[in-house]
Design a protein around this ligand. Structure first.
Ligand code: IMP
Length: 402
């Protein structure tokens, strides 16, 4: 491994945090490249549960340096709280371990207020179901060239009125703020192992997702370049994180959604409730059309399948292989939201394995039907599977040995 991008292939919450955590042990640098505290990663280490929103989970390892890249939008209060919470649990957070881009934009109180107000004012059917964290309005100001960047904390007196109540955080934050573009590129030149960690997922990408039911940044692999300041030629691998079924938080079309007992079982067993907002996630069958789209727009080199164990109790398991739209079979993701909203899934059905997979530590020893399911996903998506995750703990991730 030298430079690897980790991206979500569905609607976020694929388990990127866990995989980044597992890989961070051998990484020298972990970089977050877009989004903000709309994201939430839960990492379980032994009996300890860490919920992180802005700081990459690599912070939990002593020798890994974490970077919050220029593409991220930062709520300074949330960041400081996260830093303090980690410190209070004995995790080292200092300017050696955490670097914050001077060019990352600041989420101001007005952005949060506007996010909530806009959401309230959207009529039914047009609501996006944002996390209310001010993400969209902050990116609007960034693109409109009216935003404030983290660099202002280094010259806070000049920006006192714009920073308002955030001004008081300048002493804490200033030592962490650097030119992370130089830092990350120097690390790559020095042959360090660098992990670029995406938040949300491909279907929430502002360009490649189900617009306008998306977030306001580019979680896809291209966003890793712009959001961290590295060139595409520096990237060696792009790993797509794929949940063994599908979930979505917030509004927008979701063809394989299950509003029945099976969906309820997925939610219960998979503990499908948002890390950030606590909202129940919508659940449904695996959608190969969506993940094939993700393979294409991200140039995926490998797949990591997560939460396979959540399907342990299902007698029959379905995979959506195409859609029926207006009586026609469609094999690729329609870019027109009106068409996508009408998509009815065309399923294949496979036998479940009805066994507890959480105990397995070897890919080749997984139940036959579980392997069949995994190989079917691989065949449909056209990208090889590298790792399987069968539970939330660090040890419950197995490398492919077949
Ligand atoms: P925003 O990012 O708060 O503007 O929300 C836009 C959409 O993205 C909403 O549907 C959110 O539910 C969704 N979203 C944002 N962050 C995440 C995430 O980390 N996981 C899943 N959905 C997310």
């Amino acid at each position: 491994m030298s430079v690897i991008v980790i991206v979500g292939t569905q609607w976020g919450d694929e388990g990127k945090g866990k995989i980044t955590d597992v890989m961070s042990e051998t990484a020298d640098v972990v970089v977050r490249y877009q989004g903000g505290n709309n994201a939430g990663h839960t990492v379980i280490v032994g009996k300890e549960v860490f919920k992180l929103h802005l700081i990459p989970s690599g912070i939990l390892f002593k020798n890994t340096v974490c970077v919050i890249g220029n593409g991220v939008v930062i709520d300074p209060q949330v960041l400081v709280e996260e830093m303090k919470a980690l410190q209070s649990r004995g995790i080292e957070v200092n300017p050696e371990k955490l670097k914050i881009s001077s060019a990352a934009h600041i989420i101001l109180p007005k952005h949060k207020a506007l996010d909530k107000e806009q959401e309230e004012n959207r009529e039914e059917g047009k609501k996006i179901g944002t996390t209310g964290r001010g993400i969209g309005p902050t990116y609007v100001d960034k693109i409109a060239r009216g935003g404030l960047r983290m660099e202002v904390f280094k010259k806070a007196d000049k920006f006192k009125s714009q920073l308002g109540e955030l001004y008081s955080l300048k002493e804490i934050l200033a030592p962490y703020i650097i030119d992370t573009v130089k830092y990350v590129n120097d690390a790559i030149d020095a042959k360090k192992k660098v992990l670029l960690e995406g938040a949300q997922g491909t279907m929430l990408d502002v360009d490649h997702g189900t617009y306008p039911f998306v977030t306001s940044s580019n979680p896809t692999a291209g966003g890793a370049c712009t959001g961290s300041g590295i060139g595409p030629t520096k990237i060696d691998e792009v790993w797509g994180i794929v949940k063994a079924y599908s979930t979505r938080v917030g509004e927008g079309p979701f063809p394989t959604e299950l509003n029945d007992a099976e969906g309820e079982l997925m939610r219960k067993v998979g503990v499908e409730f948002g890390t950030t907002t606590g909202r129940a996630r919508r659940c449904g069958w695996f959608d190969a059309v969506v993940v094939k789209h993700a393979a294409r727009v991200n140039g995926l080199t490998d797949l990591v399948i997560t939460k396979l164990d959540v399907l342990d109790q299902f007698e029959k398991i379905k995979i959506c292989v195409a859609y029926e739209i207006d009586g026609q079979r469609i094999d690729d993701l329609p870019t027109d939201l009106d068409l996508f909203s009408k998509a009815k899934p065309i399923y294949i059905e496979m036998d479940g394995w009805l066994q507890d997979t959480t105990k397995f530590r070897k890919f080749s020893e997984l139940p036959y039907n579980a392997l069949r399911y995994l190989f079917k996903i691989q065949e449909l998506v056209g990208v090889k599977i590298k790792i399987i995750s069968i539970g939330p703990e660090r040890g419950q991730a197995i490398k492919r040995d077949l």
